[in-house]
Design a protein around this ligand. Sequence first.
Ligand SMILES: Cc1cc2nc3c(=O)[nH]c(=O)nc-3n(C[C@H](O)[C@H](O)[C@H](O)COP(=O)(O)OP(=O)(O)OC[C@H]3O[C@@H](n4cnc5c(N)ncnc54)[C@H](O)[C@@H]3O)c2cc1C
Length: 351
Amino acid sequence: MTDVLIVGEGLAACVTMHVLNNRNLTFKCIGHPNQSSCSRVAAGLWNPIVFKRMTESWMAHVLIPEMKRFYADAEKRMGTRFLYEMPIVRALPNQEAQKSWNIKSVNALAEWIQAADGLPDDAWKFTSAFPCRGYVNQTGYLDVNAFINATLKFYAACYQNEIFKYPQLTIHAHSIEYAGLKSKYIIFCEGYRVSENPFFNWIPLKPVKGELITLESETLTFTNAILNSNGFLIPQTNGEYTLGATYTWDFNDEAPSLEGYQALKEKAESMVKTPFKLKAPRGGIRPASSDRRPIIGRHPVYEPLLVCNGLGAKGVMLAPFILKQLFEHITQSLWLDDAVAIKRFYKKYSG
Ligand SMILES: Cc1cc2nc3c(=O)[nH]c(=O)nc-3n(C[C@H](O)[C@H](O)[C@H](O)COP(=O)(O)OP(=O)(O)OC[C@H]3O[C@@H](n4cnc5c(N)ncnc54)[C@H](O)[C@@H]3O)c2cc1C
């Protein structure tokens, strides 16, 4: 009997594998890539600042140290690089915004942001969007594809590439059985496809489609910062850039669309003043929850059934902390933060 059977093979499932391994818990994983592309297309950014309100992102001071520790440890364990720390250069529309940024950089947000004066200008000289700018520190991106590929390879002996079939699940009081596998717990990390899961289809998701594109330019050469104005531009290790992202609440599928392409092209034109080409558009559906917080914990009736969902647009930053908390809660009865616990939605479950 294993401790945990994981369903899914996206970011949440892969983070779960490392969290379980760190706690010496055994696991198997059943996942199929065709059900959701979300993690595979993600830009992988983490950012402690909500630019719209110029406030600290929820729990950033806890989430960021934990995520850095977690991914650095996974890099070391698997001998692969996927975490790239670099500042965000944020475009500001006018002198007033610049002044307010500079004030926050020495009080409320001093831990995270700084005034641009005197800082290297490599990335900034390529953009035409706005006259002013500020820097965000302790940011960067996770190469999510590299992290998933490395994780599935590292734990290949525990992984089965197939679609999970719900009717084959038998639930006992303190364990489950699935196609000959016995496990104490099963955790569903299915992204937006949880809507098809008969045990958790009641959790309130508000999925958001997102699209990204690759930008190629011979004259664009910055490698050490992420540009952000009405979109973001992230330098990749192969000399290309990831440009994103769109947010669409009304959609039929996760495939890249003409409207998405147009919106990304406009972002590129407003951000980059050198000639460029756009290629490889891609789309995915973010599993956002109705209150924009993750959803983790036990099923209200079937104790061995667990879920991790609602990672929305911030899975990279959220997953390591909340999954560690979930398994501390399950195995040691430690506290589970009310803001992320599935308990807050139990009243929506009607049996
Ligand atoms: C365009 C875009 C840009 C983004 N940029 C960022 C970013 O910069 N930073 C950030 O933190 N986040 C970003 N995100 C969000 C991020 O991708 C998500 O928070 C995260 O990937 C969600 O991971 P997940 O594992 O919960 O879900 P998913 O990625 O949807 O993974 C679910 C997995 O389970 C599999 N699956 C589902 N059902 C079954 C089944 N029945 N049987 C077998 N397998 C199954 C699916 O195929 C998939 O592999 C972005 C998302 C998009 C779409």
